[in-house]
Every structure is written in structure tokens, then in C-alpha cells.
Design a protein around this ligand. Structure first.
Ligand SMILES: O=C(O)CCC(=O)C(=O)O
Ligand SMILES: [Fe+2]
Length: 747
């Protein structure tokens, strides 16, 4: 079972030939490439992971060489995010990411991976194949090493690394002195080693080496690292940008001092001065932009939004001096999603500086795209949680289904442990999100007097408008349905579930095509859901074609018919109030067909011996127009509001009302269908009756789309047209997940 592990603390240990202790670095005996400087064994004592940088490192390259720094970072298990000036930024470079993963499969050609799956793939490979290597390589298309910037390169690596170890992001200034020194020494040693090897070759070839030749070789070696530069110092400049440049005092200038001062060097020095000035100016600009660009030290890597900013970029192109990028990183239980929004912001930054455009706003406008991607990723992730299990989930689901006795059957049989099909994937246990009591409480609306008293009616309409526009939920009291009817209904539902199991089994079915009026089973989405809910349900379709009494279970036959009449009446009244809340004719939503269909889902949540391990109902939004829910006194229903799970308190005699996806669609988001879930509970059973206003079997023949009267030029339609039937079949196929069925209909 591949469940995301908590980041491991990894220590770097020295190993292998040539190891000199302490450094954790190992020289590759087969190759003389300096790049093996970064090779090291990373282990947490039990699960060794080899990170090896092979000679696919640049032999020639561009001036962008954060790879050196990054390589060393890997060794030290730090990723450095820096704000840089200069360096990459050219258009071609921004096209491709530069990180690839080499998958080493014995007796097979090497396979290379790049692209969005990289993080998932990386963690998978690293977790499952101790010999796997992460290889940093040039992109074959652009032949460039760098993706879009030094920052994203470092971030990219950081993210991959983060899948299996803890990463500390900080800036060069905060690197421990001893590490700095080691990194610098290591670079120098490697350059010198390569130089010696080159010299040795010449000697072997019978050439005697003059000092001048030696300098030449040294320069050449450095050039293999940084083709445009000739000294160790300039090598560092090229490889690590101004952050290193600022620290050049730390560099031991052995290569440099071994050269005679040349014009080149003078030029270089003046360039450095000019660049430093540029850095200073850019830093000023960054300050002026005013937004905290992000404090890298505060990043925690869980659902973290990075705002990185690269000033500088294409030198000589004054319009194109900056790149702003938002990188969203979402760590889901099985995969990591990274979405970047990037922009060449040369002009925008300039405008921002003169107060005309807000770079940040400009980019955040696009975050919808990220939301959509995230939803997709969550869906994939949910599936992964099923397909990466180490047990035969399908077989266990079938076995459970074949008992036809539901969750109640398990509890009746005396189980003391929750079977694994019901277990939530760790660590995302929704039961563990017990927070401090939320400051919000769900509105309770009193419907008394709304027919007679117009002032009261207006007040109620306003309350409904507010509640559905924000919570998507409210409770209502004095709604006119007699308490006795509600109590009878509860008894009838309990009567159904608690009847003789052999008789009840006869109602058990997975055929929801309308063949039977009552669909009783456990988890309508049993075979597609990532986690089985701790509940059983029987769903009765009451409208548009009311059932014959003999189609209904005897325990609740009469009361179901009576109850559904009351609920239909109440639903119609509520839909009238909602129409008014939208500024429309009272009949508007009724005319649209919102009350044509009604199905009642009667749920039974048995007491659960390990309630913290499972869930009563996974988070979801309802499909229909509205849901009118009656719950008993046990509680456990929660609604997601303002980023918090808030309890829906039990109020005797009250109904909970919530907007479903179809209402959100026709109101073009004026009313929202909020996600909700039900916790499993040690006590119980809990009974609830959810009356869904939707016609999911019979097509009403009405095309539904955002209501024209609610649209304007500034507020265009957000959803495409559909029908109740199309929508519900999409919903049904998707099953209960946190992904909204609405995504599919978004324009
Ligand atoms: O049982 C509950 O309280 C809620 C059930 C629910 O959300 C549903 O059936 O859609
Ligand atoms: Fe629901």
C-alpha cells in the first residue's frame, strides 16, 4: 500500500569508495566528471535511497548553472530558493522543464520521464526501487538546462526531494558557514582534480606542461562548467548568480591567483560591479512592489502557495525584465500537484511601480485554472488510493455487497474492528479535524407567518438569500410539517432497517434504473468510491410518478406517502421564497421544474466500534435543486463553510435545507451547493431522511442553464445547458467525492 508518508528526516551519510568521511560525497570510480561531486547516499538508516547525478550534467551549457548549487543542495538536503538577477529567462528556456527521472529497470532500456507526473513518479521510484536514480539532465528539445528560472529549477528539485525527505528552504545567506565552505571547496577540488587528470593525459601523451599550458587547461576545465567564464570565481558567479556573487569573498581564489591578472579579469570585475548594482536596483524594485513576495523560511509545503519573483531576466531587453510566477503546490495523499502561473512581467512590474497594474491581481485572476486542475488531481488521487492498495479491495467489496446485509449486518454480527474497505486513507482522516469551536453558526430561519404577513415574508426572503448565498445551507423551524408526521417517518425508516434481515434482503439491489421504486443497498457508489461509507440507505422515488403503495416497504408505506406530500408542499413553498430571493417571480423556480422530481434517501448509520477510522458520509455536494433533510438527535452532519467544518446542530422538529448543484447551476452561483459530510459515531444508530428535489429518472424535457434574468455582460453564464437527467447521471457516475459535479458543466 503506497500511502504518502510523512516527510522523512534524512541524514546524509558517507559511503562508498573514495568517501572521506563526513562529507557524504562519493566519487564515481567510472567517471571523471566533476558532476559526481554531488553523488551521495541518502539514507534514513532503514531505507537507503541513492541519488546520483550522472554525466548527463552539462558538459557545455548556458550561463545558467544553478545546477551546481542545486546539486550540492541535494547533498546537503537543502534547497535554496533565491531571488536572482540575470540568468535565464529567455523565451526558449521557459518552454520546458529541465528535470527528468531516469527509471532504472533491469534488462530494459532506460526510460525517461518528465512532465507533470514527475513528482509522483519520483516518489514512487524512490520508495520502491532503492537503486533508482534521480538524474538532472538537459532538455533534448532546447538543449538547455534550465526550465524557466533558477527559482523554479530549485523549486522543482525541492518538490521532488520533498516527497521523500524534509527540505529546508532558505537563502544562501543562511547557509551554515561550514556548509558554504564545503560546497566551495568541493567545487574547487573537482576543478583541480579534472585539471590534474587533463594534465596527466597530456603527460602520458608525452607533452611536457608549461605553466601557461596549465592555466590553459584550468581555464578549459572551468569552461566545461561555465563556458563563458574562466575562473573559479566566475564559475561560481555563473552557477549561482548574485547570491554567490555577493559572497565571493568566501571563495578561495586559488585558480584566480594562479592566473596573471588579465584584461578579461578586469572586464569581469567591472561586470560584477555593474551586476551588483543591478541587483541592488532590482531589490529596490521588489521592495516597492510592496507585496511580501514570500518568506521562504515560512513555507511549510502543505497546500502552500509560493509567490516567487524573479527580477532581472533577459538582459538588454528593458521591456522584459521580470518574471513573476505563482507556483501552487498541493500535496495530496498520493501525489503532488504543482501548477505554475507565470508571466513575463516586465511591463506589468513597471506599471505596478507607477501604480497602474497589479501584477499579483493579474496573476490571481487565473487561479480558476488552478482550481480546476486541483479538482482533477484530487479525482486522480482518490482513484490512486483505490488502485494502490495492497489488498484486493474489489473482492472485499463484492463479499460485503453479497451479504446484502449492509453495514448494519456487520455490526449485528458483532464486529469490533472496522474492515479495511471502510478505512479512510491515512493521514487524511476527516475525523481528526476537530477544531476549536467555529465562530459561525448555521442560520435558523423561522417560517412562521410567511403566508399572511408580507413584512415577515420579506425578512425571511432576505434571510434565505443570505444563507444560500454563503452557507448554501440553513435550518428551518415552524415550517408547517406536523411533528407527528416527522416522528412517524423516523419510526417507519427505523422499522425498515430493523426488520428481519432475511426479509429486508429482498429489497437489496444495485439496479437504479427505475425498475424498482425502492433502491436499498449500502453505498450507491460502492465500487467507485475510494472509501466505503459507514451507512446503509434505501432510496424511494416519489415524484414525478407517485408509487403504488405495494411498491413500498410495509413498515413505512403509508407514512412515506404522507411525508412526501408534506415535504413536496414545503419544498414548493421554499422554492417560491428562493425565487423571490433571486428577485424573480415567485413561480420562477417551480416553472423551471425544480419541484417536479422528489426522491427520499433514508439513511441508517449504525454505531461504529472505531468511528475515528471511517466516515458516515464522505464529503460531497448534493446533485438536485434543494435537499430538505430531517435528522435525528445523534448529530454528526457537518458543512464546509469558510474553510471550516461546522456542525449542523440537531434541533428537534427542524428541517435542514441545502442548495444542490443544479440550483447553483441555474442561479449561476448566486446560491451555492456546499460540501457536507457525516461523521461516523460510536453511538447510534443515527437516522436521517434526505428529500432530494430532482427528477433523476424521468426527463422533464426542460433544458436547464443559468437563468437569463440573472446574467449580464459583467456576469456571464458560468455553466452550459443540461437536463436534470443528464446532470444526475453524471453525478451518479462520479459518486460521492469532494469534486463538484458542476466542474463538468463549467464553461
Ligand atoms: O445524513 C445526513 O445528515 C446527510 C446525508 C446527505 O448528505 C445526503 O444524503 O446527501
Ligand atoms: Fe448530501
Amino acid at each position: 500500500k503506497r500511502v504518502r508518508k510523512e516527510p522523512r528526516q534524512i541524514s546524509v551519510t558517507s559511503s562508498g569508495e573514495g568517501s572521506e568521511g563526513g562529507s557524504g560525497l562519493r566519487k564515481n570510480p567510472q567517471s571523471t566528471s566533476m558532476l559526481h561531486v554531488a553523488e551521495g547516499t541518502i539514507s534514513n538508516t532503514t531505507e537507503p535511497v541513492v541519488c546520483q547525478n550522472t554525466n548527463s550534467f552539462p558538459k557545455s551549457g548556458t550561463t545558467d548553472h544553478p545546477c551546481f548549487l542545486t546539486t550540492l543542495m541535494l547533498v546537503h538536503l537543502h534547497a535554496y530558493v533565491t531571488t536572482t538577477t540575470g540568468g535565464s529567462g529567455s523565451r526558449e528556456n521557459t518552454q520546458r522543464a529541465s528535470l527528468a527521472i531516469e527509471e532504472v529497470v533491469p534488462n530494459q532500456p532506460q526510460r525517461w520521464r518528465r512532465g507533470p507526473n514527475i513528482n509522483k513518479k519520483a516518489s514512487h521510484i524512490l520508495e520502491n526501487q532503492p537503486d533508482a536514480r534521480i538524474t538532472l539532465t538537459r532538455d533534448t528539445y532546447t538543449n538547455k538546462f534550465i526550465g524557466d528560472s533558477t527559482i523554479s529549477f530549485a523549486t522543482e528539485i525541492g518538490i521532488v526531494m520533498q516527497s521523500f525527505c524534509q527540505i529546508i528552504f532558505h537563502t544562501w545567506e543562511k547557509v551554515a558557514e561550514e556548509n558554504k565552505e564545503e560546497m566551495i571547496n568541493r567545487l574547487r577540488e573537482n576543478i583541480l582534480q579534472l585539471k590534474e587528470e587533463e594534465c596527466a593525459k597530456s603527460v602520458l601523451a608525452g607533452t611536457s606542461i608549461t605553466q601557461e599550458m596549465e592555466y590553459g587547461i584550468e581555464k578549459k576545465v572551468i569552461k566545461t562548467i561555465c563556458p563563458k567564464h574562466k575562473t573559479l570565481l566566475s564559475g561560481w558567479e555563473a552557477s549561482s548568480g548574485p547570491v554567490m556573487r555577493k559572497n565571493y569573498i568566501n571563495l578561495l581564489p586559488s585558480a584566480e591567483t594562479s592566473q596573471s591578472a588579465s584584461k578579461d579579469e578586469e572586464d569581469m570585475k567591472s561586470k560584477i560591479v555593474a551586476l551588483e548594482e543591478e541587483v541592488r536596483i532590482n531589490e529596490e524594485k521588489v521592495k516597492q512592489i510592496g507585496k511580501p513576495l514570500c518568506n521562504v523560511n515560512d513555507l511549510t509545503f502543505r497546500e502552500e502557495l509560493y509567490v516567487v519573483f524573479q527580477s532581472g531576466g533577459n538582459k538588454g531587453n528593458t521591456d522584459d525584465v521580470s518574471i513573476a510566477a505563482f507556483t501552487f503546490v498541493f500535496h495530496l495523499p498520493h501525489l503532488t500537484l504543482r501548477c505554475s502561473l507565470q508571466k513575463n512581467t516586465g511591463k506589468m512590474v513597471a506599471n505596478k511601480l507607477t501604480g497602474k497594474t497589479d501584477v499579483v491581481d493579474n496573476l490571481t485572476e487565473k487561479t480558476d485554472a488552478v482550481d480546476t486542475l486541483k479538482e482533477k488531481a484530487v479525482a486522480i488521487d482518490d482513484n490512486l488510493s483505490v488502485c494502490t492498495l495492497d489488498y484486493d479491495r474489489k473482492a472485499e467489496l463484492i463479499a460485503f455487497d453479497e451479504t446484502k446485509s449492509g453495514v448494519k449486518g456487520l455490526v449485528d454480527a458483532g464486529i469490533t474492528e472496522v474492515p479495511r474497505i471502510f478505512r479512510l486513507p491515512s493521514p487524511e482522516n476527516p475525523n481528526s479535524d476537530q477544531k476549536s469551536p467555529p465562530e459561525h453558526s448555521l442560520p435558523v430561519i423561522n417560517l412562521e407567518g410567511i403566508k399572511e404577513d408580507q413584512i415577515r415574508r420579506k425578512e425571511v426572503v432576505k434571510e434565505i438569500k443570505e444563507a444560500l448565498g454563503s452557507w448554501g445551507f440553513f435550518q428551518m423551524v415552524n415550517h408547517g410539517v406536523p411533528i407527528s408526521v416527522m416522528e412517524e417517518m423516523k419510526k417507519g425508516v427505523l422499522g425498515f432497517f430493523e426488520q428481519d434481515n432475511e426479509v429486508k434482503k429482498q429489497w437489496y439491489t444495485r439496479d437504479s434504473s427505475g425498475k424498482t421504486r425502492v433502491v436499498y443497498n449500502s453505498n450507491f457508489d460502492l465500487y467507485s468510491a475510494p472509501v466505503t461509507n459507514w451507512r446503509d440507505t434505501f432510496l424511494c422515488t416519489m415524484y414525478p410518478n407517485p408509487p403504488q403503495p405495494n411498491e413500498l416497504p410495509p413498515q413505512c408505506r403509508d407514512i412515506l406517502l404522507e411525508y412526501s406530500n408534506h415535504v413536496m408542499k414545503l419544498g414548493r413553498a421554499v422554492l417560491e421564497l428562493m425565487s423571490e430571493a433571486l428577485g424573480l417571480d415567485s413561480n420562477y423556480l417551480l416553472d423551471l421544474g425544480c419541484a417536479e422530481g422528489l426522491s427520499i434517501g433514508n439513511h441508517y448509520y449504525p454505531p461504529c466500534p472505531q468511528s475515528e477510522l471511517t466516515i458516515g458520509t464522505l464529503e460531497h455536494a448534493d446533485a438536485g435543486f434543494i435537499t430538505i433533510l430531517q435528522q435525528d438527535h445523534i448529530g454528526g452532519l457537518k458543512v464546509f463553510y469558510q474553510n471550516e467544518w461546522t456542525d449542523v446542530p440537531t434541533i428537534p422538529g427542524a428541517f435542514v435545507v441545502n442548495a444542490g448543484d443544479l440550483l447553483q447551476l441555474v442561479t449561476n452561483d448566486n446560491f451555492v451547493s456546499s460540501r457536507h459530510k457525516v461523521m461516523a459515531n460510536k453511538v447510534g444508530p443515527r437516522i436521517s431522511m434526505a428529500s432530494f428535489f430532482i427528477s433523476y429518472l424521468t426527463d422533464t424535457g426542460k433544458v436547464l442553464g443559468p437563468i437569463k434574468e440573472l446574467l449580464s455582460e459583467d456576469n456571464p453564464a458560468k455553466y452550459r445547458e443540461t437536463t436534470q437527467k443528464e446532470f444526475s447521471s453524471h453525478y451518479h457516475q462520479k459518486g460521492l467525492t469532494k469534486i463538484s459535479a458542476l466542474t463538468h458543466f463549467k464553461i
